[in-house]
Design a protein around this ligand. Sequence first.
Ligand code: SF4
Length: 332
Amino acid sequence: MNLESSLSFSNSWKDDFRDALRTQEECESFFETTLPHTPYSLFIPRPFAQKIKESGEGSPLWQQFLPSLQENRHDGLTDPIADQGHAVGGGIIHRYQNRVLFTPTEICPIQCRYCFRKNELHQNLDVFKSNLDHLRGYLLHHPEVEEVILTGGDPLILSNSKVYDLLDAISKIESIKMIRFHTRTPVILPNRINSGLVEVLNHFSRQFLAISLVLHTNHLSEWTPEFLRGLKRLRPLPINLLSQSVLLKGVNDNKEDLKVLFNSLYTRGVRPYYLHHPDPVKGGMHFMLSREEGRKLYLSLKKEVSGVVLPHYIIERPKGAGKTFALIENIH
Ligand code: SF4
């Protein structure tokens, strides 16, 4: 794996976030090309944009983060996993009995063109939408909930003090035993894994029975030396390091790329957890592949990677019925 690059992340991930490319004009000038107009916003931190530029047009990085004319297609669903049908207000989504999703922010470290929430997230500058009082009240009335899954947006786009406040508030609810972060920030803004965050995670690992950090990465070409340094800092912590990836047509829908990705995660202490079949989201239908194609690929992968390295291949059932294993024949 060649991770050499001429990227220059600043020491402050917040500076890289603030200085991101945000407009069509900025992106066209940076990438020295004309980009298609789409209704979806643009947001790419410059060091990561440099990596995309070096990878070139048509590369897995370019496909994931730069706009395509295909985003103007009218097919697909605005809320493909029917989150809103399970939303109970204050950023809480309660779909499964023993766990809730909490979205403390709408902000992401980058705009992924395939995102299943792409019609809902607007990189709204109202960063701290968290409604901790509401969350506390909800959890107190629902003692059957044992796990809070922090998602967004991206919970690690919050400052260390906000992450601390969030975990502190949740740790006071006796019924909550587990915390899970779903995050893409360590890949896109790798200096986010700073000593302050490591301290916060270490501190709260004693307040909960388990903390899991689920890192979202789809292709090895996303990785940087800074990301690997971040993994080294996280690895000694008493938390679970897991990964989730989305199977995307034209990005990672081949056995070799997935094999290298999952083996590289596992050998660095990150257990591959989920491989998601793509969701039929409006504006992202060009990333879809058929379930038959996905199944064939997964089964051929299964022959070549060890069982402890292979993630679950999962798919969202229609109408918000939740996740199931994508190898199951009939999905209702
Ligand atoms: S970071 Fe996650 S939530 Fe944000 S745009 Fe990417 S896939 Fe969507």
